[in-house]
Design a protein around this ligand. Sequence first.
Ligand SMILES: [Zn+2]
Ligand SMILES: [Zn+2]
Length: 323
Amino acid sequence: MAAFRTAAAVVDALPEGELERRISTRTLTDLRGIGPKTGAAIVQAHAGDVPEYLARLEEAHSELVPLADDVAEFRSTLRGDLHTHSDWSDGGSPIREMAEAAIALGHEYMALTDHSPRLTVANGLTAERLERQLDVVAALNEELHPFRILTGIECDIHVDGSLDQTDELLGRLDVVVASVHSDLRAESAAMTARMLAAVANPHTDVLGHCTGRLLIPREQREGRRQRPRPESAFDAEAVFSACVEHGTAVEINSRPERLDPPLRLLSLAVELGCSFSIDTDAHAPGQLDWQDNGCERAVETGVDVDRVVNTWTADELLDWTTG
Ligand SMILES: [Zn+2]
Ligand SMILES: [Zn+2]
């Protein structure tokens, strides 16, 4: 099924009209990540049929449920998601639609973590816009109770390791995910120092997609195209040890094109005693169920459920992020 997930992510990332054009010109399989079988399944799904290959697969392996039991059980312990985007930054949907999708999945909370100002390509929020968003979230929370939208940010980590938002605002947010989005090819010593500073920052709760790798190409806003890229180089043992020391959770990013950290680094983080947050980094409501990907990897590397902060209740979680 991994091939289908990859193919789905590739199709998801296509610009408007591109899927139709590729179907009519029979050039779907020119795309990296789409083979003849997945290509045929996409064409059939697009025409509204149950893809023949999928149907045959299901018939032949009716005992093969989409998720292994242990993964499904792990997934069922998650109460929320700590990394999501709305159309305030580079997501495609209003906050309310993201929250309603999270409610439909059975989540109790969702941290709204739109981008910080420096990430202009992702329409990052200035301090003023973030203040306005906090009011919007407060009003939605009254309406959606007992579901809870936790206020938050995905904050850029500057090259010097500082965070891309005012201290005052960072202090008011429920959840701060800190991520590297620039200078990804820096040499290891510089990247390590940068990440260590961010992890030690008392405002930081979660270290987002730590290696920055992209497994397949993807489209961004305004037709910008990102090519696959390798992991950033950094001293993972030092960074993960600092996460343990400062109580910063390591994110298990579930986006199919990220799947970050890679398994060997995830195993190292487990061994060093890190806490984790299994997040989708969803930019659309349908992506909120990508946590399956992260749970698969957590089970594979022996992550203990108790070490996953988003298995906790919202109150427990807030005790931790403000503590
Ligand atoms: Zn990010
Ligand atoms: Zn993100």
